[in-house]
Design a protein around this ligand. Structure first.
Ligand code: CP
Length: 311
């Protein structure tokens, strides 16, 4: 069962380049399905997928559910806040009780980095990581690559800047692993105290001057300040952050070129990105959201789809 090298999708660090290419190719075909009057194919008929969300989400949760429905899978949503976890049931018992109902796949978002490693030890279902703490968000990395490919026509040789709180960003980590494998030059920028030590070992460069970074880049992926993952505030003043690292209208207007603007959402308008920039014609933020459905269709199909029987 499945067409990818790994049985689960836990991160892009361990996903081979060939698998990334296969996912992007299939996502492009599924993207066409989304433009049809009837946006549904029978590909995963008879498969049951549970969306296990232990952390809030708008885009990822809805697009996984839509992707499952577009592929004709049966889909069930679990929210930690309204479950028996509130009565003291453990993570292991929760996962094993859900699996006892004969399911094929669990899509999980969890605030703890590496929570998916525990899950695959507890269940036999295919597991897809929908974001684990500060570790990885592989389908976001993939949809960002698909969106870049759509607007730029290629990934190899492209210059992409990722600006913001790199330390706490699973989006940054998945983007770095995926983009570097695909031959993209990646430059990171953000407050020095939110830049991981030795991050260059992942094949990226670091520059703390946002204006220089914007001059260099073909596209910029803007991250938000993730106060909920920081524990303490690493950014003393929102105004100072905007002055030093914000993608402001003035900064973009000073450039002698067009630059593609990306943001994984949710956005803090007026902090890391100005509304004028987020809503400009160079911004592909809503295209990223739409491509998220196509990417998740491709991932689920390639993990759960049946290989043709040999004659
Ligand atoms: N980009 C992203 O993961 O958004 P959500 O938290 O709304 O799912």
């Amino acid at each position: 069962m499945g067409f990818l090298s790994n049985r689960h999708l836990l991160g892009l660090a361990e996903t081979p380049k060939e698998d990334i290419e296969m996912i992007l190719q299939h996502a492009s075909s599924f993207r066409e399905v989304l433009d049809r009057p009837i946006k549904k194919v029978p590909t995963l008929q008879g498969k049951t997928i549970v969306n296990l969300f232990f952390e809030d989400s708008t885009r990822t949760r809805i697009s996984f559910e839509l992707a499952q429905k577009r592929l004709s899978a049966d889909t069930v949503n679990f929210s930690a806040g309204s479950s028996s976890l509130k009565k003291g049931e453990s993570f292991k018992d929760t996962a094993q009780n859900i699996e006892a109902m004969k399911i094929d796949c669990i899509v999980m978002r969890h605030p703890v980095p590496g929570a998916h490693i525990h899950l695959i030890n507890y269940v036999n279902s295919v597991v897809v990581n929908a974001g684990d703490g500060t570790h990885e968000h592989p389908t976001q990395g993939l949809l960002d690559m698909m969106s870049l490919l759509e607007v730029k026509g290629k990934l190899d040789g492209l210059k992409v800047a990722i600006i913001g709180d790199i330390t706490h960003s699973r989006v940054a980590r998945s983007n770095i692993h995926g983009l570097v494998k695909m031959g993209v030059q990646v430059m990171l920028c953000g407050p020095p105290n939110l830049m991981p030590v030795n991050i260059e070992e992942l094949g990226v460069t670091v520059n703390y001057d946002v204006d220089e970074v914007l001059e260099w880049a073909d596209a910029v992926n803007v991250l938000r300040i993730q106060r909920e993952r920081q524990g303490v505030s690493y950014v003393p003043s929102v105004r100072e952050y905007r002055d030093l690292f914000g993608i402001t209208r003035e900064r973009v207007e000073r450039l002698n070129k067009q630059i593609t603007i990306m943001h994984p959402g949710p956005m803090n308008r007026g902090v890391e990105i100005d509304s004028d920039v987020a809503d400009s014609e160079n911004a592909i933020i809503l295209d990223q959201v739409l491509n998220g459905v196509a990417i998740r269709m491709a991932v689920l199909y390639l993990l759960l789809g049946d290989q043709p029987e040999e004659s």
